[in-house]
Design a protein around this ligand. Structure first.
Ligand code: HSE
Length: 412
């Protein structure tokens, strides 16, 4: 009998138990042995829970039980989860997780501990919820040089933006709805300000380029300053606003990585990814473009990836599944985003905004002005040509002497 432990009985933990128990028979067949969840560790009480007999409060019960082969760490955060994961791996117990914060900050170290102790650290659920992306990158696409990865990596913000675009719902109400549906992090700032998407693009970039990308080295901005006016201008010009994480090689062993809202052309498949769905576009030098799409958050979609990893660990007990990346403390590994080229949507406010058109056109050369119904006289919106971002900023600083720069959103 193969025994499994679960640490954390929140949204993902309870989904993992529910899915595992529902499909236990077929899971046992796939593993080739009978499998069971022996413990669920959580400090809280769950009176009347159908799995009350499996609940324990002391992590050491799981750590010290020789029968436990695999543990799902679905606690989140990088404090207790880090300590627990290290201890478990050092005992040779495989760990699977949905904890993107931990993988993004300590992935290289934890993978190397797992290797040294002949067990596995798997984290398919850490990026894209139920979407298979870690394994495809690590295995199916391993023959390619990855030219770029970009995607909608946060279900909560995509849900909010979809509600703003489609239902003209305000930001706060849409966020509340996402929280009620169990999509949001405990502290929704991590979703809204892009930190969650940042951790995910760091994991994908670390895997694709073989070196740890630390979230603090990646420029990250969220969606809290996007207004319904921006949404309308974008819509009129044929774009949808999406929070996009992207990573690509930047030459001489460096990478470029950034998380920010972007205007995505409606001809791009990412523009039609709505609600809690995520989509990740990967370009390889052999395969060309591939797109991974599915539910990026939520109880059972995320549990699907966690249970898949549990099965993989049980099937490969005492066998290391090759997956790793180097640690990197080179602060210049991720290049300064201001050195990269982009087009920018800009919305300005000035008493007579149209009077600034000649100056703006002279600054940027070939640019596109965009409209919205009932555009007030004191507002103007335009899209710059593709330029180095630092040069766009220089122009906008000059322009800001005669107007207010109300919004700045990059194009994809
Ligand atoms: N809060 C995350 C999201 C959960 O909304 O995408 C899944 O990682």
């Amino acid at each position: 009998m193969s025994k499994v432990g679960i640490i954390g009985y929140g949204v993902v933990g309870s989904g993992t138990v529910e899915l595992f128990e529902k499909n236990k028979e077929s899971i046992s067949k796939k593993v080739g042995r009978d499998c069971d969840i022996k413990y669920i560790c959580d400090l809280r009480d769950f009176p009347g829970d159908p799995f009350e007999d499996k609940l324990v409060k002391d992590f050491n019960v799981i750590l010290n039980d020789e029968e436990i082969e695999v543990v799902a760490e679905v606690v989140g955060g990088a404090t207790f989860a880090y300590e627990y994961t290290k201890k478990l791996l050092e005992r040779g117990k495989s760990v699977v997780t949905s904890n993107k914060e931990l993988v993004a900050t300590h992935g290289a170290e934890l993978l190397s501990i797992a290797r040294a102790h002949n067990c596995n650290y798997l984290f398919e659920a850490s990026v894209g919820g139920g979407i298979p992306i870690i394994r495809p990158l690590n295995k199916c696409l391993a023959g390619n040089e990855i030219e770029q990865i970009s995607g909608i990596l946060n279900g909560t913000t995509n849900f909010i933006l979809s509600k703003m675009i489609k239902d003209q719902m305000d930001f706060e109400s849409a966020l509340k709805m996402a929280q009620e549906l169990g999509y949001a992090e405990k502290d929704p700032t991590a979703d809204v300000e892009g930190h969650d998407a940042c951790r995910k693009i760091c994991i994908l970039g670390s895997l694709a380029y073989g070196k740890q990308i630390y979230p603090e080295t990646v420029h990250c901005s969220g969606i809290s300053r996007i207004t319904l006016d921006d949404v309308e201008y974008a819509e009129n010009a044929g774009y949808a606003i999406k929070l996009i994480g992207s990573v690509k090689p930047a030459g001489e062993g460096h990478v470029s990585a950034i998380v920010c809202p972007r205007l995505v052309s409606k001809s791009n498949l990412l523009a039609s990814v709505d609600d809690v769905y995520n989509a990740i576009s990967v370009t390889g030098d052999g395969v060309g473009d591939v797109l991974f799409y599915g539910q990026g958050a939520g109880k059972l979609p995320t549990a699907s990836a966690v249970v898949g990893d549990i099965i993989d660990c049980l099937k490969h007990h005492n066998r290391v599944l090759a997956m790793s990346w180097e640690d990197s403390h080179d602060k210049s590994y991720v290049v300064d985003y201001k050195t990269q080229e982009t087009s920018m949507y800009v919305r300005i406010k000035a008493e007579d905004a149209d009077a600034l058109k000649p100056a703006i056109s002279e600054m940027f050369g070939k640019l596109m002005y965009i409209e919205r119904a009932g555009r007030p006289e004191n507002e103007l919106a335009f899209i710059t040509p593709n330029m180095v971002e630092a040069d766009i900023d220089t122009n906008l600083t000059i322009l800001s002497h005669s107007c207010e720069i109300a919004s700045k959103i990059r194009l994809l």
